[in-house]
Structure formats: C-alpha cells, structure tokens
Design a protein around this ligand. Structure first.
Ligand code: SAH
Ligand code: SF4
Length: 370
C-alpha cells in the first residue's frame, strides 16, 4: 500500500505511469493531498470515476497519529506524533505577524549527542520516513485550518504554514534521502509551493552530506556552530572530531554557490561560562572572516539533568555587541513556547526503544592522537 505522503512529484509520476495513467494525474492527486489536504481518495472529485474506484486498494493518505496537542501562552503549538514502537517525535508551530513557521523533526532521537541538546540525550531510534516528515506539515496545516487560525495570508487562501525549518528532533543530513524527498515536496508548486528561501535546514555539520544537499536540493542553510575553535567544538558538538571547523567552513562556502540566500546562518547556543566570553566572540569574528554569514545567538534552553546553564542576559548582549562591532549581522533568538517545552533543544519526544550505541559507533571517529 503506497502512502501518497511518501512521494514527491517524480514518485507520484512513476506511481501513475505504473498504472498506465497520464502524468497529469500525479499533479492532480498532489494538489488534492497537499493543497486541499484531503485524507480520502473518494473526495478527489475530478479524478475519473474508474481511477477513483481503483486507487483505494493501492494507495492511501495516512497522516501522523497525534499523541498530544499543546498550546503555549504565546501561541506556539506543539504536536507529539507517534512513530511506532513507543517512540514519538515533535513538530512545533511558531506564529509571527508576517509568517507561520513549522519546526519539523527528521529523526526519532539523534545519534550525534551534542552535549547541550535534550534530543541528543534521549538517544537515537530511527530515521523518519518521507511520509512522517511531510506528514508534519500536512497535519499542521490541517489542524490550524480546522482550529480557525487567523492570518492575513490564510484569508487570501494560502496555507497557514509559510516557512519550514528543519530544526526539530534529529540531524536532517543524517537522514539524507528521506529529507531531500520531503524538501522537494515542500518546494513543489503542485504541493506546498514554498520558495527555497522559506525552507531552512539546520545541520550540526555533516560535510559530505552538505555537499550532496548543495547538488540535490539547496535550501536556506543554518549551521550549528556553538564554538569558535576545534577544542571547544569537539566537546560540545562531537561530530566536529570527524569534520573540524576548517572543513565545515569550506563546505559552507561551496554551499553558498548554489544557496537561495547569499549567506549562511550560524547558530550559537549561549552556555554560561562555557562559550560566552569576550575572547570567544573575538575568536569567532576572526574564524568567520571569509564566510558570508549572519549569526543567531540562541539562549540555552535548559532541560532536566543538564550540566549547563544559560548565559546571563547582559553577557549575551555583550557577545552580540562584540560581533556587531566586528561587522557581523547578529541576532538573539527569541525563545518561544518554553512553557510547553517547545523551545530549541527541548524537544525530547519520547524515545523508548534506543539504538544509540550502535548508531554512535557508526559515527565514531579517530581522534588526533590515534
Ligand atoms: N540537528 C540539527 C537540527 C536540530 S537542533 C542541528 O543540530 O543543527 C536545532 C538547533 O537547536 C541547533 O542549532 C541546536 O544546536 C540547537 N539546540 C540544541 N539544544 C539546545 C538547547 N538546549 N538550547 C538551545 N538551543 C539548542
Ligand atoms: Fe542532534 Fe542537533 Fe541535538 Fe546535536 S543539536 S544532538 S545534531 S538534534
């Protein structure tokens, strides 16, 4: 049984070609699924009756199972979505005056184990399928419309979600094929029709996959930097031991040759006494000299059991000022939805069935001394 949420335009075209149907059927079905957001093939009233009768035995539109749906005081909304075997992932809606952003998960858990990340601490279970990734956007649009969301663009007939950030649970580039297929659905004019600037992928820095993304589907890029030198980044973002800063920054410049924006956004989590000193800001300013970029400082969001604390506000502002003075556009991310644990790095979902040890070995790398 094919789930239509699993297929991009090429996949749908191949599916209908296999049935001996014309290619325009694929575009028709895509619009029913992703624009009119139906979950019932019987509702596709402009499909020939014979095809409509035949399809339900071959295909379905199966969205995510919602375990919980929580709204925060600031309008942020978080869905916990079942992915089987007792595991669940989270998708977060962040409303703003001029846009509706959905933060999408790509894996159940994460194997990369960054020191300050709640998802990483949960361990890794598995990659999400394309349907599970696309299903987050499909479901969010449906749920928001059903709830009577108000926004000027919705009144004009556009979908509630205008921007997608792959910044939920998991490392998107570690689930490359399914993520790229999902990105293609997000961009497809017969599906969600988002421009490449409105879709951002955040990565901790898997260099070979970054090069592949540049060729397969370049969208706006955010890179989780978090440290101005290899010694500190090795500790905070362990994948740095495999792909150190010089390689990562070179890959960022290669990416920019194809990117929809002419800068990379570097994310930098502010950890009290760890990476937030004036000397770190100065080192960062020198490090990033040759990469067209913007910086986004993220106040650390705590979670139970963490060894870190958020930098005091004055230090974050001073850090920002040092970077602004050095000529970098630097913003401080506003924390949204923290009262429902929906803020960056707080997404824990529910990972019961871990395969972390095996996954970590997969990524383990020789250190300089070996
Ligand atoms: N795996 C990808 C995308 C998911 S994390 C990545 O690491 O980029 C999205 C962002 O939240 C990353 O920049 C990540 O470093 C940051 N983050 C993780 N834990 C955090 C926390 N506890 N507080 C604030 N930001 C956090
Ligand atoms: Fe994984 Fe990103 Fe969390 Fe690191 S910050 S553990 S890469 S989800």
């Amino acid at each position: 049984m094919t789930n239509f949420l699993d297929l991009d335009s090429d996949g749908l075209a191949a599916f209908f070609a296999g049935l001996g149907e014309k290619p325009f059927r694929a575009r028709q079905v895509s619009r029913w699924v992703h624009q009119r957001l139906v979950d019932d093939i019987g509702a596709m009233s402009d499909l020939a009756k014979a095809l409509r009768d035949r399809l339900p035995a071959l295909a379905t539109i199966r969205g995510p199972q919602v375990v919980s749906d929580t709204a925060a005081a600031d309008g942020t909304r978080k869905w916990l979505l079942d992915v089987g075997a007792g595991n669940a992932v989270e998708a977060v809606y962040i409303p703003e005056d001029d846009r509706g952003t959905l933060c999408v998960s790509s894996q159940a858990g994460c194997a990369l184990d960054c020191a300050f990340c709640s998802t990483g601490k949960q361990g890794f279970n598995r990659n999400l399928t394309t349907a599970e990734i696309v299903g987050q956007l499909w479901h969010a649009n449906r749920a928001l419309l059903a709830g009577g969301v108000t926004a000027s663009w919705v009144e004009q007939g556009r979908a509630p979600i205008t921007n997608v950030v792959m910044m939920g649970m998991g490392e998107p580039l570690a689930n490359f094929d399914n993520v790229v297929t999902a990105l293609k659905v997000f961009l497809d004019d017969n599906a969600y029709g988002l421009s490449r600037r409105r879709v951002t992928l955040s990565t901790s820095g898997l260099v070979p996959a970054l090069d592949r993304l540049r060729d397969a589907c370049p969208v706006a890029l955010a890179v989780s930097l978090h440290a101005p030198n290899d010694a500190l980044r090795d500790r905070l973002v362990p994948i740095n031991r495999k792909y150190p800063l010089a390689e990562l920054l070179a890959a960022c410049n290669r990416y920019l040759e194809r990117a929809p924006r002419d800068f990379v956004t570097f994310e930098y989590v502010m950890l009290d006494g760890v990476n937030d000193q004036h000397a770190h800001a100065r080192e960062l300013a020198v490090l990033l000299r040759d990469v067209p970029c913007k910086l986004n400082l993220i106040p650390f969001n705590p979670f139970p059991g963490t060894e870190f604390a958020v930098s005091p506000r004055p230090r974050i502002v001073a850090f920002q000022k040092a970077l602004l003075d050095a000529g970098y556009v630097t913003t401080i991310r506003k924390t949204r939805g923290d009262d429902i644990d929906a803020a960056c790095g707080q997404l824990a979902g529910r990972i019961r069935d871990r395969t972390k040890r095996r996954a970590i070995r997969l990524h383990s790398v020789p250190t300089a001394s070996q």
